[in-house]
Design a protein around this ligand. Structure first.
Ligand code: SIN
Length: 292
């Protein structure tokens, strides 16, 4: 049997995350792209160090895993590349080149779509020397930690999600006052409310995990408002507990890829006066979530 032509190390002491070194993703070793969906289902997050990825190479790579999505706030797309979303605090010609308010607060990407993002590719071009870590958690392990009767009860619940709830909540935060762009009518029309199962079956390996979306979550359908709020709070606390986390400390040229079906993540702050951040995000559309 031939040896696997890559070096993969699960992150020591963390319940999710693995780091792959010694490969160049502009010419991936044979078998790697086919293996990635299973590796991502297993590890949740994969870090590829020292990658040199021009925009086309990043789009080609992500496109190997499904249709690449356009973001709702298209004003932050990289010019000429509508499918690359820019996260940045850099101002050029008096205009922000990217969004500086995305990603804070625990969430999975674009859970407000009927077919939410399966895989996110985040490529660090300029990364602050301090702060701006991305923290991930495994909602599969969180679900596994619950007693079986509780798991069974949760499996019946559906959740309602709203893009506009997320944006209006974000705009109310003092740190983002006046900085959150409200979507145009046309942008809003792309994101009607959607309903997803609370416990989601993973299409690659059949595993089960909680699917909370994030600030988009409006209600647990069928529960009284107070009960719905209490359950939402309880499950957010569970899913984001430190024992279920991996904190990624960025280096320039890291490509971090994650599977949104059974993970959550959040961006962390950095000193925007001292440091520049320039990160490209490419999102791959997934399937309609299936109840476990
Ligand atoms: C995201 O939530 O998509 C981005 C996370 C980050 O900026 O660290």
């Amino acid at each position: 049997m031939s040896a696997i032509p890559w070096n993969l190390e699960p992150v020591a002491g963390a319940p999710l995350g693995a780091v792959m070194t010694g490969i160049d993703l502009t010419s991936p070793p044979a078998g790697l792209l086919d293996a990635l969906p299973s590796l991502l289902a297993k590890h949740g997050v994969m870090v590829f160090r020292d990658q040199s990825l021009p925009p086309e190479a990043l789009l080609d790579l992500a496109g190997a895993f499904g249709p690449v999505e356009e973001s709702v706030l298209d004003q932050f797309s990289k010019p000429g590349y509508p499918k690359i979303y820019t996260l940045s605090n850099i101002i050029e010609n008096g205009r922000p080149i990217g969004s500086a308010t995305d990603g804070f607060g625990w969430h999975t990407d674009q859970g407000y779509f009927e077919r939410p993002t399966a895989y996110t590719f985040l490529y660090g071009i300029e990364t602050p020397a301090e702060g701006a870590d991305t923290v991930f958690s495994t909602t599969r392990r969180a679900y596994d930690s619950l007693p079986q009767e509780r798991q069974a009860a949760l499996r019946h619940i559906m959740t309602r999600h709203s893009y506009m709830k997320m944006m209006t909540d974000r705009a109310k935060k003092p740190e983002f006052a006046g900085k959150v762009p409200m979507p145009t009518e046309e942008q809003r029309a792309r994101v009607p409310e959607v309903v997803h199962p609370l416990v989601r079956r993973h299409p690659v390996d059949g595993g089960q995990g909680l699917y909370l979306g994030g600030q988009t979550l409006v209600e647990m359908i069928g529960l009284a408002p107070a009960e719905s709020d209490a359950l939402t709070k309880e499950l957010f606390i569970l899913c984001t507990a430190e024992r279920f986390q991996y904190r990624h400390v960025w280096r320039p040229r890291d490509l971090v890829v994650w599977d949104n079906r059974h993970t959550m993540h959040r961006a962390t702050p950095y000193d925007k006066e001292r440091f520049r951040r320039l990160v490209w995000r490419v999102s791959v559309q997934g399937e309609r979530p299936v109840a476990a």
